[in-house]
Design a protein around this ligand. Structure first.
Ligand SMILES: NC(=O)c1ccc[n+]([C@@H]2O[C@H](COP(=O)([O-])OP(=O)(O)OC[C@H]3O[C@@H](n4cnc5c(N)ncnc54)[C@H](OP(=O)(O)O)[C@@H]3O)[C@@H](O)[C@H]2O)c1
Length: 255
């Protein structure tokens, strides 16, 4: 059971649900996000369950501020679980439209550089202690990229590759890296677009599944399994059939 847990994207959605899931007496939580009021509300819930909480109101793109906060947090309570949940999505403005380049680059900045900014200050410290685990957030979209979210799917595929490589690299140092690949979870992110959302899960259910997967030190924590296996299976199909399946997951952004 981890005792010192850092969570990015803790103000809402999966990060928030994970903060509440792990909150218990004897647990130190460091919660990171940009929305101070929302982080405060999560902190109060976690404290009511007996956890000690530090809040970092930080944009994960701000490498220096994030690094300073993470090192300070690690000095206070040696981090044994790092959960990098912060992320954004994007759906094309209308069917067939091309993504806005600036927004796409911003998305990569949060999802990829933000994740690397989170990992960089803590991973060497965890490796030196030869202890701890790290959860990076991919998505089932990495395996079955939805046609209207190419940049999001690409950012998540990059995280899957990064996590699996890092897992192999850190193994000898006793640090376990997992990649979390949810299907559809009922959060603000999933609420920002309309599409088919099979097997939609609550954030609380997803948080329990993630916790179980991390306790077992799984390489890939993908759920629901039916959707994950379907996504992996379609990769083996002939391209015309694969294309038709992916087009069943067309999405439109909600205003
Ligand atoms: N929901 C799903 O169905 C689903 C499926 C597959 C994968 N995922 C992945 O799971 C993770 C969590 O998703 P979610 O559904 O919980 O999303 P969400 O409800 O939209 O919450 C996103 C979280 O990320 C934080 N965040 C976004 N940009 C940030 C930035 N620049 N700096 C710091 N924090 C930032 C937000 O906090 P602030 O707004 O306070 O900054 C918020 O706490 C993401 O990586 C997502 O890609 C989600």
């Amino acid at each position: 059971m981890p005792r010192a847990i850092v969570i990015t994207g803790a103000s809402r959605g999966l990060g928030r649900a994970l903060a509440v899931e792990y909150a218990a007496p004897g647990v130190a939580l460091a919660l990171i996000g940009r929305d101070a009021a929302a982080l405060g509300a999560v902190a109060r819930l976690a404290e009511a369950k007996g956890a000690r909480v530090r809040i970092g109101r930080i944009d994960v793109r701000d490498r220096d501020a994030l690094s300073a906060f993470l090192v300070e947090t690690d000095e206070a309570d040696a981090t044994d679980c790092l959960i990098a949940s912060a992320g954004v999505t994007m759906v094309t403005p209308r069917a067939g439209a091309v993504e806005d380049l600036t927004r796409a680059q911003d998305l990569f900045d949060v999802n990829l550089n933000g994740m690397m900014n989170t990992l960089a200050p803590l991973a060497p410290r965890m490796r030196a202690r030869r202890q701890g685990q790290i959860a990076l957030f991919g998505s089932i979209a990495a395996f079955a990229p939805p046609p209207d979210s190419p940049s999001y799917a690409a950012s998540k595929a990059a995280i899957v590759a990064f996590a699996l490589a890092t897992r192999a690299l850190y193994h000898a140092d006793g640090v376990s890296v997992s990649v979390v690949c949810p299907g559809f979870v009922d959060t603000d992110m999933t609420g920002s677009f309309d599409s088919a959302k099979p097997f939609l899960l609550s954030a609380e259910d997803a948080a329990r599944r993630i916790r179980r997967g991390l306790a077992r030190r799984r390489a890939v924590i993908a759920f629901p399994r039916r959707l994950y296996y379907a996504a992996r299976f379609q990769q083996l199909l002939p391209e015309p059939l694969r294309r038709r399946i992916l087009l069943a997951f067309r999405a439109t952004a909600r205003p």
